[in-house]
Design a protein around this ligand. Sequence first.
Ligand SMILES: C[S@@+](CC[C@H](N)C(=O)[O-])C[C@H]1O[C@@H](n2cnc3c(N)ncnc32)[C@H](O)[C@@H]1O
Ligand code: SF4
Length: 348
Amino acid sequence: MLLYIHIPFCDVKCPYCAFSSFVDKLDLQQNYTTALIKQFKYDVQKHNIKEFKTIFIGGGTPSQLDIKYLEQIFNTISPYIKSVEEITIEANPNSSSKQWLQDVKDLGVTRVSFGTQSFHPEKLKFLGRKHSRDDGINALTNASLVGIKNISSDLIYECDIDNEALLKEDIELALSLNVNHISAYSLTIEKNTPFYKTPEKRKDNTNLAKFVIDKISQKLPMYEISNFGTHKCKHNLGYWRYEDYLGVGNSAVGCINNTRIYQTKGLNEYIKDPIKSKQEILNTQDINLEKIFLGFRSVIGVDINILSPKQQKRANILVDENKLYFQDNIFYNKDFLLADEISLYVGQ
Ligand SMILES: C[S@@+](CC[C@H](N)C(=O)[O-])C[C@H]1O[C@@H](n2cnc3c(N)ncnc32)[C@H](O)[C@@H]1O
Ligand code: SF4
């Protein structure tokens, strides 16, 4: 069982971001933490959960939450993480001081994922980020100084401002700062965000996407369409293997025994009743298709045993065309950029 914990606080709302986060509700930190703990206790009992394999604390901005609330959360989950393999926390470069990094390490965090996005001042401005180039450099350096072994840096590309020289510098600088993982996301124009009104902020550019992939892959192996690392994020590998996960916090999503569980999105509503959730029982066809998409987007691949005879036939056609390869009963994708097309073809 995997655990996702959502922290919905940020110091600014970035104009491209559609994640559930609030910039003016920091006074609700204690109430939110209390509600989240209530949901956690209720759900571990309900689903008879004894142990979590991996934890991912995401957001929003977990480094925006006062450390005393993170301590309360860790005190609550500690009986369930005796043999945990990895605890990741997301952080923004401007709110993750050296002391904060030391504190989260002491709490048991083993991996920090920084929302660096770029080191380039003009691009940071373009993305509406509050942090500076130096904040990015200092955060990654400090993580390594306090002894955090697994450090990831996020990069957003296919922005109107991007070019090869800019992206090359961003990637090389991140790699020079001891990161062993990069998540490189193509800018998505999300509904209900300021960027939705200016879609020209995104510049579709397959050549630039290939450039980013090639450049990062020279140092960090690609293991999913947006992820590269000598250390692969165990929590995400769990998602892609379709393992069960519990999601706690407002807007968190879980999936247990083929039932998807959605927590309330609104912050006040969640605080009022954190136990309330919506459930969706997934049918066999949904599960089959999702496993195919997740498998072909990553190194997990797709087990022949989940495919119908017709799907197996189509997968074998792609093996003949050299797009997939087959090993130990698993079909693997050779080019993650073609993942969606391949999945639609095999999964139909
Ligand atoms: C859930 S966010 C939280 C990270 C952290 N709050 C931060 O911004 O530094 C995780 C990552 O998603 C990526 N992201 C968010 N919105 C995106 C979008 N519209 N397009 C591409 N990547 C996006 C960013 O790289 C971000 O670092
Ligand atoms: S990208 Fe990160 S900091 Fe910006 S609004 Fe989204 S969660 Fe908050």
